[in-house]
Design a protein around this ligand. Structure first.
Ligand code: AMP
Length: 180
């Protein structure tokens, strides 16, 4: 759990950008947070502490903003970091999953040798919105016969169904620091 002062600091560092990337979308911009090492440390510590005793074997994070904290969380848990990339970016043999976004459609990919069978995987991204991206990432993990044991996000958009989607699809209550 974040302390009250860390929560306040974090909230003050999340910038709402209206009508980006499309009219009607309020974009949650984490760049002010990234500029504050104290807040970054608080976020990473919270997530690492939450998952420390869950025998996580790898952290998979979604391009691009998920990579930033995902890599730090993997380092904090002392486990491999697995990049989940937009279609066409990974150079080696890969598996693909299509999904719907809050704004549009897309596909994500993972290397076939990214995660060993039976590995217990934590999936991380910056924002949980409809849950489509997180579900697609979880499906990639399952395709490799590994196990999705947790989801972590900085921000949950509670007016969208992401949390319920992950509960329904994976039986997991996602961990997040801020809900709006
Ligand atoms: P979704 O698949 O709908 O849960 O959307 C999650 C993905 O889209 C994450 O990778 C987020 O970075 C991004 N995203 C969706 N909605 C927003 C938002 N309002 N602000 C910032 N990023 C968002």
């Amino acid at each position: 759990m974040l302390t009250d002062s860390s929560s306040k600091l974090l909230l003050s560092l999340l910038r709402d950008v209206p009508d980006f990337p499309k009219p009607g979308i309020v974009f949650k911009d984490i760049t002010p947070l990234l500029a504050n090492p104290t807040a970054v440390q608080a976020v990473v510590s919270d997530i690492v502490n939450h998952f420390r005793h869950q025998q996580i074997g790898a952290v998979a994070a979604v391009e691009a903003r998920g990579f930033i904290f995902g890599a730090m969380i993997a380092q904090g848990l002392n486990v491999p970091f697995v990049p989940v990339r937009k279609a066409g970016k990974l150079p080696f043999q890969k598996i693909t999953e299509e999904y719907s976004l809050e704004y549009g459609k897309a596909a994500i990919e993972m290397h076939t040798d990214a995660i060993p069978k039976g590995c217990r995987v934590l999936i991380h991204d910056d924002v949980l919105a409809t849950g489509g991206t997180a579900t697609a990432a979880g499906n990639l993990v399952k395709k490799l016969d590994a196990i999705v044991v947790g989801y972590s996000f900085i921000i949950n958009l509670s007016f969208l169904p992401g949390e319920k989607v992950l509960q329904d699809n994976f039986g997991i209550n996602p961990h997040y620091l801020i809900t709006v």
